[in-house]
Design a protein around this ligand. Structure first.
Ligand code: ES4
Ligand code: ZN
Length: 325
């Protein structure tokens, strides 16, 4: 339809995207071969067959297994450039990308290597295609907070991150453990976001706001359980980076038709739509937007509002935001 074409063609912004979650099966097999990492999968079909997840943890197990194949600067460069090429093809003008350095460090890959590869791809995508991007360093909440301040300081010495985030297994891992680390990030002038209310309770959303001083909530769909929190999120216009395909893939909602993003929009929240880990969850940003819009019967105006929210909720410079609006 005409409206569908307009949504696909309009300039877009993505605010919740894990670079490691863009690792497609074909690239994964290539990297495994090149880096002599043995995988329990022989071919693309076997990998795709493993993309059936019961919950967040079952997904993370596969996601972290696959990250073992990322070893060299070139690997991070190829991964990032392939995603940014998708952005060009989908008219995504600006994207803020997460990465998980602790996992790579555990595999013996230094932060300098990871960041050099990502940064080279970002520069190339901007130069060649005009696709702008920012990089957000995520801490994994199911690891100790110990060492995260040193990691943050090293990233600042290298340069190139615009903020910090908090991801990985949410259940039984409240945000408060990272209070000091996020305070340092804030003092350094870095932006702050956290996954909260994906599988965890609404209290984790409140805690992320009050103890980490986050500026956005990643996911946040369980806010629906607390009228008081809904009121706060609306009054303070805290952006939520909702990821519909991700939530359905990981069992948060039985189907796209049952997703609550329409209700969150109706409640006046500053909702954005994002792809999270598109290689694993069945589609990139445009597909998330169009399929959600169709499944929930959202209005065209609501779909456009979601993109205005993403521009306004982004950490782009004010002038760039005005250019995008
Ligand atoms: C993630 Cl979907 C999701 N949730 C939490 N942490 C993550 N890391 C990568 N994808
Ligand atoms: Zn995520």
């Amino acid at each position: 339809t005409q409206e569908k074409k307009k949504l696909a063609g309009m300039p877009k912004v993505e605010l919740h995207l894990h670079l490691e979650g863009t690792l497609e099966p074909e690239m994964l097999l290539n990297l495994a071969e090149n880096n002599s990492v043995s995988l329990p999968y022989r071919n693309v079909d076997a990998i795709r067959a493993a993309y059936r997840f019961a919950d967040l943890q079952s997904f993370l197990n596969l996601y972290y297994l696959a990250t073992q194949c990322l070893r060299k600067e070139q690997d991070f460069y190829s991964l990032t450039l392939a995603y940014l090429r998708h952005c060009r093809d989908e008219n995504i003008a600006y994207t803020e990308m997460f990465f998980d350095p602790q996992t790579h460090l555990e595999h013996g890959v230094p932060l300098t290597v990871v960041m050099a590869g990502i940064s080279a791809a970002q520069k190339e995508a901007e130069r060649e295609w005009g696709v702008l991007s920012g990089l957000i360093l995520c801490f994994e909440r199911d690891r100790p907070a110990e060492g995260t301040i040193a990691l943050l300081e090293e990233a600042e010495r290298i340069g190139g991150i615009i903020g910090v985030g908090l991801d990985s297994a949410e259940r039984d891992h409240p945000p408060g453990k990272f209070q000091e680390t996020f305070a340092v990030a804030r003092a350094l002038g870095l932006h702050r976001v956290a996954h909260a209310g994906e599988e965890g309770p609404p209290e984790y959303i409140t805690d992320a706001l009050d103890t980490l001083f986050v500026e956005r909530i990643d996911h946040g769909v369980r806010a629906i359980e607390s009228p008081e929190l809904l009121r706060r999120l609306r009054e303070e216009q805290i952006p939520l980076t909702v990821c519909p395909f991700s939530n359905v893939s990981l069992g948060g909602f039985g189907s796209l038709q049952q997703h609550n993003v329409g209700r969150l929009l109706d409640a006046g929240l500053k909702v954005t739509i994002n792809s999270d880990d598109p290689a694993y969850f069945g589609g990139y940003l445009t597909e998330n937007i169009i399929a959600t819009w169709e499944a929930l019967g959202l209005s065209f105006e609501q779909a456009v509002q979601v993109q205005v929210n993403a521009i306004e909720g982004s950490f782009a410079e004010e002038q760039k935001k005005r250019d995008m609006l």
